[in-house]
Write a protein that binds this ligand. Structure first.
Ligand code: ZN
Length: 300
């Protein structure tokens, strides 16, 4: 199975655990089944989805050592949750996954975090060409002992016709923004577009300043090619996602939501998103529950 499917197609293709296991086997070992301990070839044990290493005789299954292994959740539900998170443009909350799959809130929450963690992109490349930068403020989760929730700063950087980065910043000061820009923009950038905020002249180095163009939003929203509309639309999608789907996100989990959002956005034309996300789930290190948080009720 390669391209994005409809939900009935998904149920048809991955309707039982054996079908899911066979697919995991193919994604995990595209050429030859090898032992996770010693790397030698392994032989399948008939009808059990178990393998026996030809070298060290370690017996393992297609999910051994993967994120799927120590959960008691059926693989069909893992596949459905992955499909739903890949398909929904604005994201899906743990509450929605709980209701849709008929699982406990705790499991749904854990599942969403694990899928999001797998969606993290490994070493994203620097953005180049024409790059737009903008910032937005997101209301954090309300705390009982505070009248107002924390306000989180999110910096958006978007390469025109290219990838998006959404980064949580500890504040909107030039020094902080400078670090974020340098970590995400490459040396071959041609044009840097921002609004006339006073942050940016201080946040750019001399090379970047020579390529900097600004748009005055009190007068106009675009002057020919000089605009920040594409990054702004991504930031407004983020805000709609947080208000509409996740309600208020705790500061701790905001980076995971931002990464998930970027992953879905940067893969918007990827017809193999479901397969690629599953592959990441299989190959990513097993994220222990205790590393997420002890308090499930803390989650948005
Ligand atoms: Zn072995």
């Amino acid at each position: 199975m390669s391209e994005m499917m409809t939900l009935p197609e998904l149920i048809n293709v991955f309707g039982d655990d054996a079908k899911c296991r066979r697919y995991i086997e193919r994604l995990r070992w595209p050429r030859e089944i090898t032992c996770p301990r010693c790397g030698k070839a392994a032989t399948a044990i008939a009808n059990r989805f178990q393998y026996d290493c030809d070298g060290c005789h370690y017996q393992f299954s297609s999910t051994s050592g993967t994120i799927f292994h120590d959960t008691h959740l059926r693989l069909t539900k893992w596949f459905l949750a992955t499909y739903l998170l890949c398909e929904s443009k604005k994201g899906m909350s743990a509450c929605q996954i709980q209701r849709t799959l008929g699982i406990s809130y705790k499991t749904a929450w854990y599942l969403c975090h694990r899928i999001r963690a797998a969606m993290l992109e490994v070493a994203p490349e620097h953005l180049d060409g024409t790059v737009e930068i903008d910032e937005t403020y997101v209301a954090g989760k309300k705390r009982r002992w505070r009248a107002k929730g924390d306000v989180q700063v999110v910096i958006g950087i978007r390469q025109r016709n290219g990838d998006l980065r959404l980064i949580r910043a500890k504040d909107a000061k030039s020094k902080t923004v400078k670090e974020i820009i340098n970590a995400n923009i490459g040396g071959h950038v041609e044009v840097i577009l921002t609004d006339e905020s006073t942050i940016y002249p201080w946040a750019l180095d001399n090379m970047q300043k020579s390529k900097h163009k600004t748009i005055n939003h009190t007068r106009e929203y675009a002057h020919r090619d000089v605009h920040t509309n594409t990054v702004e639309s991504a930031l407004s999608l983020l805000k709609r996602g947080i208000v509409g789907t996740w309600h208020r996100v705790s500061a701790k989990h905001l980076p995971a939501y931002l990464d998930e959002m970027c992953f879905r956005f940067n893969n918007r034309k990827n017809r193999f998103l479901f397969r690629d996300t599953l592959t990441k789930l299989i190959l990513s290190p097993n994220l222990e529950y205790k590393h997420l948080t002890a308090k499930v009720q803390d989650a948005a």
